[in-house]
Write a protein that binds this ligand. Sequence first.
Ligand code: EPU
Length: 317
Amino acid sequence: MAGKKQYIVDERLWQKMISQESFSGEVKFMEPMKAHTYLQIGGEADVFACPQDTVSLENILAALNEERIPFVTVGGGTNILVKDGGIYGVVISLKNFRRSDIAKEEKDMVMFFAESGTPLQKLVSFSKENGYSGIEGLAGIPGSVGGAIAGNAGAFGYSIKNMLVSVRMTNPDKGIYEMSASELGLEYRASKLPEDTVILSANMRLRKDVKEDVAKRINSFLKRKRETQPLSEMSAGCVFKNPEGASAGRLIDEAGCKGMRIGNAEVSRMHANFFINKGNAKASDFLKLMDEVKKKVMKVFGTELEPEIRIMGRNVN
Ligand code: EPU
């Protein structure tokens, strides 16, 4: 956030920066982020803006750039932990960017187009209904296409990288441009997206397959997930990345952390790499729990765990 201002962006400042004609969409001020995250944790964002179209999005980005006001983009809010003090500047939600369609069909392949706010599971269902293969391992992962690309989401050896062809994005300096998937530096649960860049849409390639086979794979992955992960509880998915050659869940479990609790944040008894909000948990409790678990795993196994979830926002003063 170097060079960016850190003061509250209020309604007056917003109206001074963004004229009514230059923005269509919804804007909220002092918006509790707990309403926009799967974990249901997080203080207030100064501004929570949901642009309706690309022009409105570009206009906000240009104004924020000019005023050097920080922003973050959120998709489904599934993989983030927002601190209790909320977020400086502007949170841009891409929930209105959810068009998806087949862009091109070839003999064995189909090219998909999806805007970044499209729910990942909408694509999984579409692939299941039509017998398109390549996306099966993403079954049951909540969140949006944009978020899945930013974190290279995946499971069961699949990741979104495997089917991604190109991504259209916008940045206040360059405007709208496209990058091929290989230029995004997608690695295990990570990407190297240029700073202040917002993903607009993606093109993905899937292979035509036997419908029943695709459905069978999707159903079996969903079954395994339901049996091993606490899907019905408030979590942000796996908290830590798997260290090379090991499972963070297994290490946390074997270090004796299952059921460990700070305030209302608890290490799941079902899968130890999921931390659960048992009700009104504070981000500070969740972070303390992460710290305690990290220390225990370090003590028992000498392994340093690295967060997979994206932590953002300010501490309470
Ligand atoms: N295990 C335990 N105790 C636990 C959890 C797991 O002993 O509490 C053991 C399991 O019994 C198994 C091994 O650890 O033998 C691996 O567990 P699992 O198959 O659940 O996979 P994982 O490595 O813990 C990874 C991904 C998940 C993804 C699953 C399925 C990461 C950090 N986790 O988990 O992704 O769903 O594989 O492919 O990469 C996520 O990214 O948010 C996420 C949940």
